[in-house]
Design a protein around this ligand. Structure first.
Ligand code: 13P
Ligand code: SF4
Length: 321
């Protein structure tokens, strides 16, 4: 089957119930669907497990399924392959990249780390396997503080690729990590000015954001956390209205888990764009999921050398908490 476009572009038979066919294939092929909170609502709803990037990597390491279908982006599927090399790992659309991962290229990063030989390297999981292979330990936004604090206080550290998360963690831990100059195009797009205007309109609302947002947005936020931390916060907190500064997919879980509360997507700088959507995350659709399971492609393939090198920092991270 041709995957020139990065996904299987086969026609879907007329009149089939995509959701039940996908679930049927999960049983027939002993497959598990892992979906990130930023996926489209219908993709999240069909998954066996929906979670943040840390939970998803744990699930990928633990599952006894033969096939992992990753409804997320490529770095997440690569992490699953690194942790479960004997399994078939499928990604419905190989074009599902990540602007943050793209902001850190292996040749530049290698030169950067070599120019600071006394520093240990912590990389956020939002990196390619090639960058992980150049790292000492990985982290996600859920466990970044624990990972940093697992190293001696006087240890010099390079943190990459997200400078906003890095700055935030520096503030929480009192460290002075050297930061790579990378960022996510979705989280950098939120407009402080328009968020404050929204707050004027909804004075009772709490502002919550992901640490990939820029510092001014973090400063006005009542709570800052990873996708799973944001979700937990809105469930546990007594407030009824939230201005949510992260990718729009999380709103699906928030509305599902606390249907009586109001969730307002934080406005981006450009009011005409769908900037709250990560266009990479949103490439996955039920149609592509169906075709990818039917034809068992596209598959994530990594060389043994890359896999062995990338596994070390990921396993170190998973051992921490
Ligand atoms: P989480 O680790 O909070 O799930 O975030 C992943 C991500 O891609 C943020 O943009
Ligand atoms: Fe990458 Fe940003 Fe999309 Fe997350 S939201 S996957 S960091 S581009």
């Amino acid at each position: 089957m041709n995957i020139e476009k990065g996904y299987i572009d086969a026609e879907i038979p007329d009149g089939i119930d995509l959701k039940s066919e996908i679930r049927k294939m999960c049983i027939e092929k002993n497959a598990v669907i892992l979906a990130h909170f930023y996926q489209k609502g219908d993709v999240q709803d069909i998954a066996d497990f929906v979670g943040d990037s840390l939970d998803l990597s744990r699930k990928a390491a633990e599952t006894d399924a033969d096939v992992i279908v990753f409804a997320g982006v490529k770095f997440m599927a690569e992490t699953a392959k690194v942790l479960s090399p004997e399994k078939t790992v499928l990604l419905p659309d190989l074009n599902a990249g990540c602007s943050l991962a793209d902001s850190c290229l292996p040749s530049d990063f290698k030169a950067f780390t070599e120019s600071h030989p006394d520093h240990l390297v912590i990389t956020y999981v939002n990196t390619t396997a090639a960058i992980k292979a150049l790292s000492n330990i990985c982290c996600t936004s859920t466990n970044a503080v624990a990972v940093v604090e697992s190293l001696p206080v006087d240890q010099k550290i390079i943190f990459a690729p997200d400078k906003n998360l890095g700055n935030y963690i520096n503030g929480l831990t009192g460290r002075n990590m050297l930061l790579w100059d990378g960022a996510c195009h979705v989280h950098e797009e939120f407009s402080l000015e328009r968020i404050l205007l929204m707050k004027k309109e909804f004075p009772e609302a709490k502002i919550i954001c992901h640490p990939e947002c820029q510092k001014p947005v973090q400063i006005v936020s009542d709570f800052i956390g990873s996708t799973s931390a944001l979700l937990k916060y809105v469930q546990d907190d007594a407030t009824q209205t939230y201005i949510v500064a992260t990718e729009s997919g999380i709103l699906h879980q928030m509305r599902k888990n606390v249907p009586l509360k109001m969730f307002l997507p934080a406005p981006p700088n450009d009011s005409t764009c769908a900037c709250n959507d990560c266009e990479y995350m949103k490439l996955n659709t039920l149609e592509k999921l169906y075709n990818c399971m039917k034809y068992m492609a596209p598959e994530i393939i990594l060389t043994d050398d890359l896999r062995f090198k990338a596994e070390i920092p990921i396993r170190r991270m998973l051992e921490i908490d």
